[in-house]
Design a protein around this ligand. Structure first.
Ligand code: DCP
Ligand code: MG
Length: 392
């Protein structure tokens, strides 16, 4: 008979492509994970996320409980869910959740740029249920939330790979104006081969370390003058203030969370908005008018926003010094669980601290340098996993 290769309990030791053969189960588990996250139950959130992830990595469709023999990361709750779906096609707990008003409302509120679980929960407890109720309320929004509400309808649309590549060209043009040989890399889900994303993530560096300093504000200023930027929030590099032993969720690179104003291409019009509706020419005329007034979209009403010729897209720009580039690239490529398990693996099996800046070896009391992702995996004693197989 064949020798079964054991499935690792660590996402960073599994090859997970986008070809998920167990979507029926992973979709259900993701809903339970999401609900746990919205209730700030970290334990169940991780358990359901890990259960979903291990099923994504399997090279076969699960058709019977026996197919799960020896598969790690599946607790009683997750196994019960799989069994119920195998028997009847659905899971009651998931069906109930989808109908649950708290789940629906928190999911909607946290889909607003700048709104986290705590804020969403607070608004829910105050009796708020819809975006229009939020908009009509006396809530004091942050600048980020204001932008999130203003561009909400665009920002919930998936961003396509074509749009991501277009944004890359725009950023390249802007960056190269100030730093001609800067390197711009598409990271996040698109680097893992995804066709759609919720945003577009970029990493910027330059071979001569130090040349990248101050770049981000120049680039954003120039693009703002071009009318390309609808919102920006720049954070300066604060790595020098960091004690590397602090475990932090966020890195300390110079970065900008932004919203781009992306001109729609004619072939990019959504279905239903064809020439036969007779409004294409009118739209385009109006579109050109709008594009010329970069400052005014903030005051667009929901009605005026419907026929515009541009789309608001969330873009994250991160600038890394060249010596930290490989770590930044690994840290920003994801997936989130892959990153989490890389760090956990480094800590428990290598006695090392991994983050998006560096790898510190506690045994040798030294930083391990790396010019490529391959070298980082080697430092960790892991087989190299390419981005397309990090979709854990
Ligand atoms: N990241 C992380 N931990 C976080 C946030 C981000 O490790 N708390 C890393 C891994 C992500 C990458 O940054 O893959 C980009 O974050 P996104 O939220 O944009 O995630 P993706 O690009 O993977 O998904 P999406 O397609 O939804 O944008
Ligand atoms: Mg992304």
């Amino acid at each position: 008979g064949t020798i079964a290769v054991p499935v690792s309990p660590h996402a960073c030791q599994r090859r997970t492509t986008l070809n998920n053969r167990n979507r029926l189960f992973t979709d259900a588990l993701n809903i339970l994970a999401e609900n746990a996250e919205l209730s700030e139950n970290e334990g169940p959130y991780l358990a359901f996320t890990r259960a979903s992830s291990v099923l994504k990595s399997l090279p076969y469709n699960v058709t019977k409980m026996d197919d799960l023999k020896g598969i790690p990361n599946l607790g009683d709750h997750s196994r019960k869910l799989i069994e119920e779906i195998l028997e009847g096609g659905t899971c009651n707990e998931v069906q109930d959740l989808i109908q649950n008003v708290r789940y629906q409302t928190l999911k909607k509120f946290t889909s607003i740029f700048g709104v986290g679980v705590k804020t969403a929960d607070k608004w829910f407890k105050e009796g708020l249920r819809t975006l229009n109720e939020l908009r009509a309320s006396t809530i004091k929004f942050t600048k980020q939330q204001e932008a999130g509400l203003l561009y909400y309808e665009d920002l919930i649309l998936p961003v396509t790979k074509v749009e991501a590549d277009l944004i890359k060209q725009i950023i390249e043009e802007a960056v190269h104006r100030f730093l001609p040989s800067a390197i711009i890399t598409l990271t996040g889900g698109f680097r893992r081969g995804k066709e759609y994303g919720h945003d577009v993530d970029f990493l910027i560096t330059h071979r001569e370390e130090g040349r990248e300093e101050g770049l981000i504000s120049k680039v954003i200023s120039w693009m703002t003058a071009q009318g390309i930027i609808l919102y920006d929030d720049i954070t300066d590099n604060s790595y020098h203030k960091w004690k590397y032993k602090e475990s932090e969720t966020f890195d300390r690179f110079a970065k900008c969370f932004s919203i781009f104003k992306l001109q729609k291409m004619v072939h990019n019009l959504e279905p239903g908005r064809t020439c036969s509706h007779g409004s294409l020419a009118a739209n385009e005329t109006r579109g050109i008018g709008l594009a010329g007034h970069a400052g005014s979209p903030r005051h667009l009403t929901a009605t005026a926003a419907k026929d515009k010729d541009w789309k608001a897209v969330r873009v994250d720009l991160v600038v890394a010094p060249f010596g930290q580039y490989a770590y930044a690239l690994l840290g920003w490529t994801g997936s989130r669980l892959f990153e989490r398990d890389l760090r956990r693996y480094a800590k428990h099996f290598g006695h090392m601290i991994l983050n998006s800046h560096s790898l510190f070896d506690n045994k040798q009391n030294t930083f391990l340098l790396a010019a490529t992702e391959e070298e980082i995996f080697a430092h960790l004693g892991l087989d190299y996993i390419p981005p397309q197989e990090r979709n854990a």
